[in-house]
Design a protein around this ligand. Sequence first.
Ligand code: SF4
Ligand code: SF4
Length: 305
Amino acid sequence: MEQTVEKKAMIFDIQRFSVHDGPGIRTIIFFKGCPLNCTWCCNPESQNYNKQLMLVRDNCIDCRRCETVCPYDAISFNPTIEIDRNKCVNCGACSEVCFSEALTMVGRKMTISELIEELKKDAVHYRKSNGGITLSGGEALAQPEAAKELLKASQEQGWHTAIESTGYATEKVLRSILPHLDLFLLDIKHINSIKHRKYVGKSNELILKSAKIIAEYPGTELAIRVPVVPGFNDHPEEIAEIALIAKELRATKLYLLPYHPYGANKYGNLGRQYQNVDTPIPTQHQIEVLKELVENLGVACQIGG
Ligand code: SF4
Ligand code: SF4
């Protein structure tokens, strides 16, 4: 008899007791891997689809156990620890002997049953607060089967289901997910496709097409999220263009998410360089002005998630 293999999701974090990203108390499941490449991403470990080695230098106690176990000679001390990312294959052997957690692996595969068991720990809070679960990332739609199965199983538990997504997915994937979603939090970052491609790595046509499909789907609420990044999309005209699309789509709310270099140090931990070092944080006044602008166009607006 043929055995069905249970779907697995590549996850990099699970955050409990969130009061953002949907109604009530929620658990956020972060899927690893993303088709976009936003330079301001505050979770750079979310972008790659595979497990990755992270190095937090401040935790290193210079015991040098890692150097002795690395089969690829990727670790050296000069005088402090260095990882040669060209040699490292992310096998994880060094992280297993690093007791100070200077070296850790990001990313683990979990079956849908394992995830549901984990989520059940907070089910009582979901019930009391009308909360539930939110898929985030990375991009959960880049693991469509696992995302669908997790949403479906959550629905069967009676939990509210939401996704925070770039919308960068085929129509087929979207239509397989929508019946299992109460709320779609869709990022629209820029209306100009050339600028979108320059800063995000992909043009926006597919995302805008997804927006229409979601908006027309009965039973799934659509809200729009806009990361406000100085030099990319913080001009009032740019935000107004997104607000007008949100209005056309009858989105219930537009969230303005001010840029912050929260994840900057994680780029170094992954052996990457943070490119947005010169990007200023938008002022409260600037964001308030943009909020008023959105509201004046007839769209409900909130600052922050
Ligand atoms: S095992 Fe961990 S603490 Fe020891 S030298 Fe390597 S990174 Fe540093
Ligand atoms: S993850 Fe593996 S290859 Fe990379 S540094 Fe550690 S032991 Fe070496």
